[in-house]
Design a protein around this ligand. Structure first.
Ligand code: GLN
Length: 491
């Protein structure tokens, strides 16, 4: 029998249903894989006993013929999602020992559909980063390596643990979040698929807040179909998150494999950037050719305010973060460093509890929101955000169904390579992805090929609000042409 961890979610679901193996056998296979994969540092907490109990319950459901859509499917959960009674620290020191008494809506939806929890996944501290190097628990190793090299590469971030665990078969699929690219960039770096749904598609309740107007949860999985399956379960309207939207959740999986004939695919000229490696352009062209050959109409489009998206994002996101992170002061959650008085205690706790990147964001955010600078920075960035949104609206009003761009400006880089003195080096990773968060749109990253060094590269599809189905449809057409990608096992 093939290794059960090689099965996609769809294959595992069908195998379980046909009683070719049990949920317990599938879960044990993953528990073993997680143990053998510890050197990747993808998990910060393993919950094998919980997984076994959930798998047993799933097997009982199968025996009664009462299985639910994700019955017995083992998943990893990003450490940003509150999981009742289980370590939830956003991979920060300041949340030491925090175990919430509640479950995030997204993870609760997954359990209600029968999924099994393997543990909590590593990530950049408070989801701030593009390489998983800001985690209090140390970096995650990308299971992919350059041809002929043993250099340790980053899996991208902030959902680096999610992407690495999926690529290395340490879970069947994973939850992730995306504020500026944290689902799509790590997916692209690891040869996995990931979707950031429309803002409001998934409830943010119980997800540690970074930048509330940009944060959205979504899945990372081995192929486009699996992301569709997971999103169906994760998405819901939720009275506990008033920004979640009451739009019916369609059967996303039904969009997989549907013809793209006649769809209008926009190719934005502003995404052709100087300094981006030729192989990224070549990959983009390959995507264009695939979709044209499949019967789509390729249309050159313009999104004129694109170049302002990254600077505006790095004002809006830190501004919201500085406000959201004010609550970590040693009083209610996690770490407390005693001081002479309460203000001294706050200061010592925050100085010891937050890492360098988080402190940088809090400083930037506090600055751009302060009297005198608010109009010059924050207000201006909000205006730019509106213009970016209008760019997309104009293009969609002209009949474009989806937009095709590269997902990242490079393949995965080495640990330490971009974590140097200039933080902008790291921020530039988000150049193709932040626009989508600023406009609240859905974005799908789909693997589309390998770099000259044998590393995965991804394309991004951007859709109309609440039209994730078109992204699944177009993404599956690209996938049908290029196949899926898995790293050679060395760990
Ligand atoms: N890399 C971006 C940042 O650091 C995006 C992170 C994210 O999407 N959570 O802000």
């Amino acid at each position: 029998m093939t290794d059960l961890t090689d099965l996609t979610i769809a294959e595992a679901r069908d195998g379980l249903k046909a009683k070719r193996f049990t949920a317990t056998e599938l879960t044990e296979a993953y528990i073993g894989a997680v143990e053998r994969g510890r050197s990747l540092n993808a998990y910060v907490v393993e919950t094998p006993e919980k997984a076994r109990a959930m798998a047993r319950a799933s097997d009982e459901r199968f025996a009664r013929g009462e299985e639910r859509p994700l019955e017995g499917i083992p998943l990893g959960i990003k450490d940003l999602f509150a999981t009742e009674g289980v370590h939830t620290q956003a991979c920060s020191h300041i949340l030491d020992r925090f175990k919430p008494a509640y479950e995030s809506t997204v993870s609760a939806n997954l359990w209600a559909d029968g999924a099994v929890m393997l543990g909590k996944l590593n990530m950049d501290e408070f989801a701030m980063g593009s390489s998983n190097e800001t985690s209090h628990y140390g970096p995650v190793t990308n299971p992919w390596r350059r041809q002929g090299s043993n250099a340790t590469l980053v899996p991208g971030g902030s959902s680096g643990g999610s992407a690495a665990a999926v690529a290395a078969r340490l879970c069947a699929g994973a939850t992730a979040t995306d504020t500026g690219g944290s689902i799509r960039q790590p997916a692209a770096f690891t040869g996995t698929a990931g979707i950031k749904p429309t803002y409001g598609r998934c409830s943010r309740w119980g997800i540690v807040a970074f930048a509330s107007s940009l944060d959205q949860a979504g899945p990372i999985a081995r192929d486009v179909r699996d992301t569709a399956i997971l999103l169906k379960s994760m998405a819901s309207v939720d009275p506990k998150d008033t920004t979640s939207v009451d739009v019916p959740v369609p059967d996303y999986e039904a969009a997989i494999g549907q013809s793209v004939k006649g769809l209008k695919i926009g190719v934005p000229r502003e995404y052709r950037l100087d300094g981006v490696p030729a192989e990224i352009d070549a990959l983009w062209q390959k995507g264009i050719d695939i979709l044209r050959d499949a019967g789509a109409e390729i249309v050159d489009i313009s999104l004129p305010h694109t170049k302002y998206a990254l600077p505006a994002y790095y004002i809006v996101a830190p501004a919201e973060a500085s406000s959201n992170l004010a609550r970590y002061d040693g009083v209610r959650y996690g770490l407390r460093v005693p001081g002479d008085d309460i203000v001294d205690m706050y200061e010592r706790t925050r100085a010891a509890g937050f890492g360098e990147e988080v402190k940088r964001r809090i400083l930037i955010g506090t600055y751009v929101l302060s009297a005198g600078y608010y109009d010059a920075y924050y207000l201006k960035a909000q205006k730019v955000r509106t213009l970016i949104k209008r760019d997309f609206e104009a293009v969609y009003a002209n009949g474009i169904d989806a937009i095709l761009t590269p997902a990242t400006p490079s393949a995965a880089f080495a640990i330490g390579e971009k974590a140097g003195a200039d933080p902008v080096e790291m921020y530039l990773n988000d150049v193709f992805t932040v626009t989508v968060n600023m406009a609240g749109l859905p974005g799908l990253a789909v693997p589309a090929g390998l770099s000259s060094e044998g590393l995965p590269l991804g394309l991004q599809l951007i859709g109309r609000p609440f039209d994730e189905e078109t992204l699944f449809r177009v993404g599956s057409a690209i996938e049908a042409a290029v196949g899926t990608f898995a790293p050679a096992k060395w760990w």
